[in-house]
Write a protein that binds this ligand. Sequence first.
Ligand code: Z5A
Length: 213
Amino acid sequence: MVASFISIEGGEGAGKSTSIEYIKRKLQAAGIECIVTREPGGTPMAEDIRQLLLQHRDETVDPYTELLLMFAARRQHVENVIRPALAVGKWVICDRFTDASFAYQGFGRGLNTDFITNLKHWVHGDLNPDMTLLFDVDIAVGMARAGKRSDFDRIEKEEISFFERVRHGYLSQAEAEPQRYRIVDAAASIAGVEAQLDRYIDPLLIQLTNSGS
Ligand code: Z5A
């Protein structure tokens, strides 16, 4: 199947936002209508939930509260943005999706992954990305890049061991679903990353041309 729902995953400062613009330009140049969106967020209400999630707080944030808010934002996003776009034939490029909940709340915070799987089925049923690009980079390199870009938010302030577990969580998911995942060596230069993206996306464009759609 030619991909129409592409998610972009990876750790802090891996270069996801930078590369999304490149992917969008590439698809548009091939005549594909696409939208770029992100999680948590993507609708006005879900962006409000994002603020709630990322702002610094004096009170302890319970990990299940964090998880449930991620999925509340996701439901709003799926119903109001992702499904309607796919329904009219647009491609969706999404900066993070449910795999991030497994990586951050499951592996990072240690929450029960069966519970996350149940939420996933309940919130978006059989809707899943057709292709997931995992931007993998050493934690120290990603953090240094993210630190140059802006101040750290609440989650970015976690300790290094948390981000090591998140990275392991992503790589485990990629290993479990090799048909969906494509790993990008995000330590490469921006041009080097773009060359890897070409290798993953060009075959889709050729497939699309051959199928005449
Ligand atoms: N989260 C969660 O816990 N559970 C969930 O279910 C979901 C999310 C959906 C918000 O995500 C937080 O929510 C995130 C996970 C959690 N928390 N943390 N921590 P986000 O995607 O908005 O935040 P982020 O991952 O921190 O994004 P980021 O730091 O902006 O990373 P990025 O988009 O991958 O990087 P970038 O902005 O494209 O690049 C960062 C800088 O590096 C920038 O100055 C670039 O110019 C530079 N850059 C980019 N690529 C390169 C290369 N190749 N070489 C050199 N420099 C580069």
